[in-house]
Design a protein around this ligand. Sequence first.
Ligand code: CP
Length: 309
Amino acid sequence: MNRNEPRHLISLRDLSNADIDWIVRRGTEFAAATDRPDTLLAGKVLGVYFSKTSTRTRTAFTVGALRLGAEVIAYGPGDLQLNTGETVEDTARVLAGMLDGMVIRIAGDPREIRAFAAPGMPVVNAMSADEHPTQALADLTTLAALFGGIKGLRVLYVGEGNNTAAALALGLARFADTTLELRTPPGYGVPDETLAQAKHLARRSGSTVVERHDMADLPRNADVVYTTRWQTTGTSKPDPDWRRVFAPFQVNEEVMERCSGARFLHDLPAHRGEEVTAGVLDGPASIAFEQARNKLHSAMAVLEWCMVR
Ligand code: CP
């Protein structure tokens, strides 16, 4: 990469193993830090544009930027002239002349986020339809902090093969000797091309990514059970009967008993009684809310990686 070019975080596919390792390690340092490194982004202005709802990601990047000394301009879904027909390219060209970086959630076509990145302003994908890269980085930060590293971890993912699952697969596969077993409802798996890419990355790390479409013979040695909401932000399912297909893929006490000793992760927001029971989400194995807090620490690491290094 030409070091005069800004670093974008559009997809984990674009990052090297060393990049991902650096962001995760830095995230754990921010999580453990007692001091406030409030000058790293001093003098910089970050644009935060969310055209879809968000509780965690938007707050994490806003607070993270403020803690690092930046100023923040927030754009909601109705604020930019994109709504009146200005192109993404023209919008980005103008904003790049004023902002030092942008964090964007569109929950739609990832090519739109790539178009924002064109003029030379660091751009972070805060979730597109195909991938949720900053979620995976926060998840990996949580795992690294909890287990003292990621090498060798065995993760069981249960639920839709959505943008969170895709990013988790593309991220975990970079670490040595890991296993990701995806149990996704039939017809709702990780897209073929993403799964193939994750398997390719995993082979290079001596790791494994497998997907099945049933809940039989769950691995008993999982370190982590992970699920996400069944209705991903910004999406809907054409099949009116989709809940029937998803019902067997609930993470409940029985699943956790079969994976005895595993910790439970959820990217949130959760729908208790759908993808997870209240007993599991609020139970002793759950670290879902610690995971949510780590979105802040990981966002700080991502901003430093994009805007300082
Ligand atoms: N997990 C996640 O992305 O949460 P938000 O949609 O609230 O940002």
